[in-house]
Design a protein around this ligand. Structure first.
Ligand SMILES: N[C@@H](CCC(=O)N[C@@H](CS)C(=O)NCC(=O)O)C(=O)O
Length: 214
């Protein structure tokens, strides 16, 4: 029944929506791509604000339902296209860990990275949502030193999110280049879906820059 509804995906190249783009490709999901040129400010124009009043990507429409927030989109799409095997089902003993790692990304990693990127003094560890930066990274590093994927030997949608997030964090936001993290980001980033999206994003960025000059 689900599969009758179509997915519309709002994307801007080389942003947080790139992970959702990779996930859609990993899932083999059918979707209609709507690209926003952020260099031209399209994400803050009324047409898109009607979808996401924050003017932020990623956003998807599943039929008429709007879903924003990377983690909500990941949970929704991986369950919706469950045949791809990237989401432990309800009742699977790995489901709790799967949700933990997805939510850890938004609740701990993102706020920690933004503080670090902005060179902001973090809140004291007892008030900060992530404790302290090193402890927050150590949790992920410890997990990835134990096994190839966050859930052990099985890859899940959580790895699609984290592979891209750690790659970006190590390149641009001061995440330490620890061997297990480097290996993981490289392995996830070398998958065909990630490579396809990288090429498409590069072409979109070039087209957006050309449109500004024209
Ligand atoms: N909390 C949102 C954040 C999304 C977000 O920050 N997206 C940025 C792109 S990296 C954006 O769309 N920025 C455009 C703007 O705010 O004008 C999520 O996790 O999905």
């Amino acid at each position: 029944m689900h599969t009758q509804r179509s997915i519309t995906f709002f994307h801007s190249p080389q942003t947080r929506s790139t992970s959702t783009f990779i996930l859609l490709e990993e899932l083999g999901a059918p979707y209609e791509l709507r690209v926003l040129n952020m260099k031209a400010g399209e994400q803050r124009q009324s047409a898109f604000l009607a979808v996401n009043p924050l003017g932020k990507v990623p956003a998807i429409l599943d039929g008429d339902t709007v879903v924003t927030e990377q983690v909500a989109i990941f949970i929704h799409l991986a369950d919706r296209f469950a045949q791809a095997g990237l989401a432990p089902s309800l009742g699977d003993p790995l489901r709790g860990a799967y949700l933990r790692w997805l939510v850890y990304y938004a609740a701990c990693y993102e706020p920690a990275l933004v503080d670090r990127f902005m060179k902001r003094e973090p809140a004291p560890p007892m008030s900060s949502p992530y404790g302290d930066f090193d402890a927050m990274i150590d949790v992920i590093d410890t997990q990835l030193r134990r096994a190839p994927y966050l859930l052990g030997d099985t890859m899940s949608a959580a790895d699609v999110l984290w592979g891209a997030a750690l790659g970006w964090g190590m390149a641009f936001a001061g995440v330490p280049r620890l061997p297990a993290l480097l290996d993981y980001a490289e392995r996830i980033g070398a998958r065909p879906a990630a490579k396809r999206v990288e090429e498409r994003d590069n072409a979109l960025v070039a087209a957006h820059e050309a449109a500004l000059v024209a």
